[in-house]
Design a protein around this ligand. Structure first.
Ligand code: SF4
Length: 362
């Protein structure tokens, strides 16, 4: 089990609570009570946990201060997307995005409602992808597991979603601020906590972790044990050659190139209907040509892969341009003709700068 920061109330699993409380001469079942109260009943202050003896509550208050993030700002888009600025206990700020979605049948009747939360794993980011606004912030710090969990519980509460009940339609994507694999232990721990049936009970198959492509961590992810199922992994590819990727994503340097990246992707264990997902941000005149599509096809040959195309979302003063609709479609057609399932990601919240790569705390 990855290490946890001391006094991280929301980052502990029920068994860990049981062990800690047992050391205070309390029965083990108290661990489940504490976990449920924190995650399903949204306990704000330990004194409200009246099932526990007073001295235990006092000790918990002293040893495990409860910090929930505060919503500092909400910005709503015309398409229903809401961008949140959240303040953490030390005053650091992160962003998260709520993306509601109606799914319609062929006749246009609403079939079901789907909710996606895009969350942050770090405040800022050290990776410096050249097309991303978050990169302009640099890394301020990584979030603890408890802070990641608290972020999710805060968003669920904001939208009236009850942890543990009916959350099987809630998607969680680690695509906000930060590179999740540079905060690997805390992200894995947060996922384990958030998928516990006694807690938020999120479905692992509805969680996606997106990485800029840290080869050694992709391998580790493939070996990681997730008792309730492995969440999805999306690898940001964004280029068709080493030279191009190095220019767009400086982190590419020194990792063994596309060959090593794709070799690690090939090692990921896949279920019968699973694919390795690649994200590809299209930048006009940079990586959106048909020659790029052909090189991507050649690289992905033999891999059970799926590609999500994202037309770049304009961000501040970054020196790129959004691709023409026709080049996005042509790129998609070329990949599909080559046998790769390819989807175009619908831009969301562009008017409020909440779309992919636009989160920068403004
Ligand atoms: S795209 Fe992701 S990994 Fe790259 S700089 Fe932005 S937040 Fe960091």
């Amino acid at each position: 089990m990855p290490a946890v920061a001391p006094a991280e109330a929301l980052g502990l699993e029920p068994e860990e609570w049981s062990s800690r409380l047992e050391a205070w001469a309390l029965p083990r079942y108290r661990g489940q009570q504490v976990f449920r109260a924190l995650h399903q009943e949204r306990l704000e202050v330990w004194s409200d946990l009246r099932q526990l003896p007073l001295d235990a509550r006092e000790r918990l208050a002293a040893d495990f201060p409860l910090h929930r993030p505060r919503i500092a700002r909400r910005i709503a888009s015309a398409d229903g997307t809401i961008r949140y600025l959240l303040s953490l206990a030390d005053g650091e700020q992160i962003e998260a995005v709520y993306l509601p979605d109606e799914v319609f049948d062929a006749a246009g009747a609403p079939l079901r409602r789907r909710t996606t939360f895009c969350i942050s794993s770090q405040a800022g980011c050290a990776v410096n992808c050249q097309f991303c606004m978050t990169a302009t912030l640099g890394l301020r710090r990584s979030l603890t597991a408890g802070e990641i969990v608290a972020q999710v519980l805060c968003l669920l509460g904001e939208h009236g979603l009850c942890p543990g009940r009916g959350l099987d339609r809630v998607n969680l994507v680690f695509m906000g601020m930060g590179e999740p694999f540079l905060n690997y232990d805390n992200v894995v721990r947060a996922i384990r906590v958030l998928t516990r049936p006694e807690g938020a009970a999120l479905a692992p198959r509805r969680i996606t972790v997106s990485t800029a492509g840290i080869v050694e961590k992709i391998r580790r992810w493939g070996r990681e044990e997730f008792p309730r199922g492995r969440p999805n992994l999306a690898i940001s590819l964004n280029a068709s050659s080493d030279e191009q990727r190095q220019r767009l994503m400086p982190l590419h340097r020194g990792q063994g190139g596309l060959e090593a990246l794709l070799a690690a992707a090939r090692e990921l264990p896949l279920g019968p209907r699973e694919y390795v997902t690649f994200e590809y941000v299209l930048l006009a005149g940079v990586n959106d040509q048909l020659g790029d599509a052909d090189r991507v096809l050649a690289r992905l040959g033999g891999l059970r892969a799926k590609v999500n195309l994202i037309a770049w979302n304009a961000g501040g003063s970054l020196p790129f341009a959004a691709p023409e609709r026709e080049s996005v479609l042509a790129f998609q057609r070329r990949l599909i003709a080559g046998g790769i399932a390819t989807y175009i990601r619908r831009p969301r919240g562009r008017d409020i700068y909440a779309a992919c790569g636009q989160l920068a705390k403004s």
